[in-house]
Write a protein that binds this ligand. Structure first.
Ligand code: HEC
Ligand code: HEC
Ligand code: HEC
Length: 118
């Protein structure tokens, strides 16, 4: 490799690193937000698919503080979510009420309950 192209490579490498750092800093505020999350508990008894929670899709629309810690403890498995509490307007039901986001109904069960995509 010539001296010049080595210099260019170093420049490009530095730019990519900087962009990556900026992207991480501006999109997550420094904290890593996990992508799709699954709640495995719903599968107990085997009757129902686990719940998918697309963390990223929600994150695009809301600040972390909309959900953490007011609606959800910021720890996987720390929230004792049931359909009863959702239907009472807690947890996912704070928004999935047919006004802010799609409601819980027999036509929407499988929007939240589905097997992880491979
Ligand atoms: C907005 C998303 C969402 C929708 C829509 C939804 N669920 Fe759930 N459901 C959840 C979450 C979150 C849990 C808790 C998951 C866990 O902890 O495993 C859950 C848990 C459950 C459970 C196990 C615990 C319990 O509460 O009994 C069953 C059974 C269940 N859902 C059935 C349904 C059925 C039937 C429908 C359609 C009428 C439905 N769900 C629609 C999100 C949803
Ligand atoms: C629409 C609501 C919502 C928003 C907005 C949101 N989260 Fe979450 N977050 C959740 C839910 C639900 C869970 C899972 C809680 C559980 O498992 O009981 C979670 C879990 C987490 C966890 C725990 C992950 C683990 O593996 O233990 C972290 C860390 C987290 N969120 C960080 C963030 C950050 C950082 C932001 C903003 C960039 C954010 N969240 C925005 C709903 C949200
Ligand atoms: C702060 C409000 C808020 C909370 C809390 C919330 N959601 Fe949502 N969710 C939305 C909005 C807004 C959309 C997009 C509009 C729509 O689809 O109705 C959405 C979309 C979704 C989608 C469809 C994503 C796609 O592929 O387009 C799923 C699945 C979902 N939410 C599951 C959940 C589950 C499970 C929970 C609880 C663990 C939850 N949401 C909690 C606001 C919320």
């Amino acid at each position: 490799m010539s001296e010049r192209s080595a210099l260019n490579m170093a420049k490009i490498g530095g730019t990519v690193l900087l962009l990556t750092a900026l992207l991480v800093a501006t999109t997550t505020g420094g904290l890593a937000a996990p992508g799709d999350m699954f709640f495995p508990r719903g599968t107990e008894g085997g009757a129902f698919a686990p719940t998918v929670f697309p963390h990223w899709i929600h994150r695009i629309q809301y600040r972390c503080s909309v959900c953490h810690p007011r609606i959800f403890e910021m720890e996987r498995g720390a929230n004792d979510i049931t359909m009863e509490s959702i239907n009472a307007g807690e947890f996912c039901g704070a928004c999935h009420n047919g006004r802010t986001a799609f409601a819980v109904g027999f036509d929407t069960c499988t929007w939240c309950h589905k097997e992880p995509e491979q």
